[in-house]
Design a protein around this ligand. Structure first.
Ligand code: A3P
Length: 292
């Protein structure tokens, strides 16, 4: 079980990766990988933290109900789509009948093994890692369990070394991108979702086999906009989850823009980051990513 005391440490190590004790524990992670059965009719949202996960949960919840916001406005976001590695909710997922909607930030090597031989659908959201880092830096300042405040530069170095919750963004992304041809896998970019929400929402509908009328797509877009989500108290995960609310004082939704990293990185930091990006991601087609 998740520890009751939230005066817990900031992280624990699991197979060399920092993991968040406010969400998960060793027993839950072992069960997730070895015993959790992913089913063919599951839909799984996958991401590295701060990539736009909650946005996708909101969009899919709206698509399920043809744009009607009643469900998303009455059911907490973490119950609509529980995290596979959530120590409190994993058992409920195991016992849930019928098609499940669930989320995970787990890297490939910690993900349920059963997924790799089934036909579950995965929606994988990717975001410019410089914006992810910036977003993480801000929320980390609201972690009550954080012993030492870090400067942006210290945080940046730790991100570049991969010493973050769920490990390195580079390893996480490479691991999942390499699996994208294995079946039902939809790649969505945060920046494209922002630039042309209709195109991305239509892609998700098609992927899920849901036919929505144009006016229903409009409702999905309106009800999942940044301002609509800010107003929806059921979507502020950190504020409504009983453990997270004791541990984090930052809001789940912060700025909701692309390019905020430019307000934080120096030119030299940005150049160092770009060099590392090119080195780490050299095995992938550079045209894949819409950021640089
Ligand atoms: P910022 O901190 O840059 O604002 P995740 O859901 O994976 O934790 O990602 C959180 C990030 O997605 C936050 O980024 C949050 O503001 C942004 N986000 C959530 N909902 C959004 C929406 N409807 N439109 C734009 N950005 C959104």
């Amino acid at each position: 079980m998740l520890q009751d005391s939230v005066e817990m440490s900031e992280y624990f190590l699991f197979e060399g990766l920092r993991m968040p004790p406010i969400l998960t524990n060793v027993e839950t992670l072992c069960f997730a990988r070895e015993e959790f059965l992913v089913r063919d009719d599951d839909v799984i949202i996958l991401s590295y933290p701060r990539s736009g996960t909650h946005w996708i949960i909101e969009i899919i919840g709206l698509i399920y109900f043809n744009g009607d916001p009643t469900w998303i406005q009455t059911v907490p976001i973490f119950l609509r789509s529980p995290w596979i590695e959530d120590a409190h909710l994993q058992k409920d997922l195991v016992n849930q009948n019928g098609p499940r909607l669930m989320v995970s930030h787990l890297p490939v090597q910690l993900f349920p093994r059963s997924y790799f031989s089934c036909n579950a659908k995965v929606v994988y959201i990717l975001r410019n890692p410089k914006d992810i880092l910036t977003s993480l830096y801000h929320i980390s300042r609201g972690f009550l369990c954080k012993k030492q405040p870090e400067t942006f530069d210290e945080f940046l170095n730790r991100f570049m070394e991969g010493d973050m919750h769920y490990g390195s963004w580079f390893d996480h992304t490479l691991g999942w991108i390499k699996k994208r041809d294995m079946g039902s896998f939809l790649l969505i970019f945060y920046e494209e979702l922002q630039r042309d929400p209709r195109a991305s929402v239509e892609k998700i509908c098609q992927f899920l086999g849901k036919k929505l009328k144009p006016e229903e797509i409009d409702l999905v877009i309106q009800n999942s906009s940044f301002s609509a989500m800010k107003e929806n108290t059921m979507s502020d995960h950190f504020a409504i989850h009983s453990n997270l609310q004791k541990a984090i004082i930052s809001p789940t939704l912060r700025k909701g823009v692309s390019g905020d990293w430019k307000n934080h990185f120096t030119v030299a930091q940005s150049e160092d980051f770009d060099r590392l990006f090119q080195e780490k991601m050299s095995s992938l087609d550079p045209g894949l990513f819409p950021w640089f």
